[in-house]
Design a binder for this molecule. Structure first.
Ligand code: ADP
Ligand code: MG
Length: 270
């Protein structure tokens, strides 16, 4: 079980955002990606899920050796890729319950049907685990949810869909301390050799609950440093300034400027 991102260059509206990302995530591994705002972290998660807004200029994404670039979002989902979005979308008219039920049903072989009774029990258990309100099943997906409820609802979906590779994009933002603990404990419970996990976060506090095996620093659309838990502490206390100094990244004082396509995409970082 392995997801490989190989020398990936990705643009959005003629601006190169990812500039040669390499990352390998195996079953059982938890990777944290940290980095300043606007550096391409959400772009990386979105492109793995197949978001149509982004264009792959070169490179590849492979699952167990097979390229997934020509696969649609739903095919990727059925293959076991999951994205907990930084800003979950509100979908009026579709209840939370029907949404997850439909997602599970489409994963089943043709002619087979979801056992609704069993699903209701699983849904209720997962809702309780995530301390979600009672009416959750019948509310429209994310509509009127608080920031924290939206994030917990992403983890509820993850629990029920049981993905093989999950990207959790700033799952900690907007969570108070109790909600953070609940999310942390629930995600940690899901850790297994059958799950490769990618956590995108700014803060150490999430990583106290969900302990990563690898920590990557992304700057200007590229993973520039990989290490262990010591890296998190250093970033928490010192920010990213020292990474810049250590690696001689010069265009970092201002908000990172994405490189316009017309210029050499590899110029900014070596
Ligand atoms: P992060 O998640 O690391 O904060 P993102 O992946 O969300 O960063 O964004 C990376 C960069 O892509 C940002 O500089 C952002 O402004 C830029 N970007 C996102 N969408 C567009 C767009 N539609 N047109 C131009 N630039 C965009
Ligand atoms: Mg982001």
């Amino acid at each position: 079980m392995v997801l490989e991102i190989k020398d990936l260059f990705v643009s959005v509206e003629d601006t190169m955002i990812l500039q040669g990302v390499n990352l390998t995530v195996k079953g059982g591994e938890t990777h944290a990606i940290m980095g300043p705002n606007g550096t391409g972290k959400s772009t990386l998660a979105s492109i793995c899920m197949g978001h149509p807004k982004y264009k792959i200029e070169s490179g590849d994404i492979l699952v167990d050796g097979e390229s997934i670039l020509d696969k649609s979002v739903d095919e990727r989902s059925r293959m076991g890729i999951f994205l907990a979005m930084q800003n979950p979308t509100e979908v009026p008219g579709v209840t939370n319950f029907d949404f997850i039920k439909a997602a599970l049903q489409t994963r089943m072989e043709e002619g087979k049907h979801l056992r609704v009774g069993k699903f209701i029990l699983e849904f209720e258990t997962a809702s309780k685990d995530l301390a979600m309100g009672k009416g959750l099943a019948h509310r429209f997906l994310n509509q009127g949810f608080s920031g924290g409820e939206k994030k917990r609802n992403e983890i509820l979906q993850m629990k029920l869909l049981k993905p093989k590779f999950a990207f959790l994009d700033e799952i900690d933002s907007g969570l108070d301390v109790d909600a953070l603990r609940i999310v942390g404990e629930n995600v940690t419970e899901l850790k297994s050799p059958e799950l490769g996990l990618v956590l995108i976060t700014h803060y150490q506090r999430l990583l106290d609950y969900i302990v990563p095996d690898f920590v990557h620093v992304m700057i200007n659309g590229k993973i520039v440093k990989t290490g262990g838990l010591d890296l998190i502490e250093k970033i928490d206390s010192q920010g990213y300034e020292w990474v810049r100094t250590e690696l001689g990244i010069t265009d970092f004082d201002k908000r990172p400027e994405p490189v316009s396509l017309g210029t050499c995409p590899t110029k900014s970082l070596k």
